[in-house]
Write a protein that binds this ligand. Structure first.
Ligand SMILES: CC(C)(COP(=O)(O)OP(=O)(O)OC[C@H]1O[C@@H](n2cnc3c(N)ncnc32)[C@H](O)[C@@H]1OP(=O)(O)O)[C@@H](O)C(=O)NCCC(=O)NCCS
Length: 211
């Protein structure tokens, strides 16, 4: 719990920079940051307090005070996928679809969100290290939320640094998947909302079908 506030602050810094840019320092921007902080705080609290979730923070090696990287994860199954996936998407795309993951309705995905590295510490392999650490723990079942079959996340299709990182780590884009929230925005003609891509990496023991 001691890391909840630093993680929420880091996420606010990273994602305000990502969404709003660094140039504008207006009152409106500051107000947005304060409002966004409470969203991030709530996200961090849910990640550390719910049984099916976890939060990983990489801290400064010296003294361990500053949080340099944060990521949250939640174990999703057919019954707990909630608002993350549309009704048909889980079975069609993950369990029986082009990934060819076995496990059917019991398939468990470690869904990753709010991943970011402090902008002052990028390009030093921190993201790679944290993702590998998480994957090793997930593969061996050594995470508090239990056994999972694959890791997955949503990423904006224009976020090249992140997509490049995930591709290097062995994630692949599920081309056919369309985020239902984006779909609804698109149907309303709100084209300002970027499409997110689903990227998934099956863990050892899972067979991936060749297309
Ligand atoms: C994406 C992000 C997490 C990468 O963190 P990082 O610690 O700098 O990443 P690493 O040093 O481990 O880099 C690993 C790989 O990522 C990719 N990468 C990282 N920064 C990149 C950049 N600016 N441009 C292109 N590729 C980049 C490269 O493939 C790199 O491998 P390489 O060093 O062999 O070229 C970081 O840039 C970030 O926090 N971005 C803002 C938040 C965000 O977009 N989060 C992802 C949400 S889905």
């Amino acid at each position: 719990m001691a890391k909840v506030l630093p993680v929420a602050s880091l996420w606010t810094k990273i994602f305000c920079e990502y969404y709003y840019g660094q140039q504008e320092q207006s009152f409106a921007r500051r107000a947005s940051e304060v409002a966004y902080f409470f969203t991030m705080l709530s996200s961090a609290v849910s990640a550390v307090s719910e049984d099916d979730s976890l939060c990983v923070a990489a801290v400064d090696q010296e003294g361990g005070k500053a949080v340099r990287c944060g990521i949250a994860a939640r174990r999703l199954t057919q019954t707990t996928r909630g608002g993350h996936f549309g009704d048909d998407d889980w079975n069609d795309v993950l369990a029986r679809g082009e990934l060819g993951l076995t496990g059917g309705d019991d398939l468990a995905l470690l869904y990753l969100w709010n991943f970011g590295v402090d902008c002052e510490c990028r390009n030093r392999g921190i993201a790679t290290g944290v993702m590998r650490w998480l994957e090793e723990r997930a593969s061996s079942g050594d995470i508090p939320c239990g056994q999972v079959d694959a890791l997955g996340l949503l990423v904006y299709r224009t976020n090249r640094p992140a997509i490049s990182l995930y591709e290097k780590l062995g994630y692949r884009v599920v081309e056919r998947y369309v985020d239902p929230r984006w779909q609804r925005q698109a149907e309303r003609g709100n084209t300002g909302v970027e499409r997110k891509l689903l990227m998934v990496k099956p863990l050892c023991g899972q067979q991936v079908s060749t297309l």
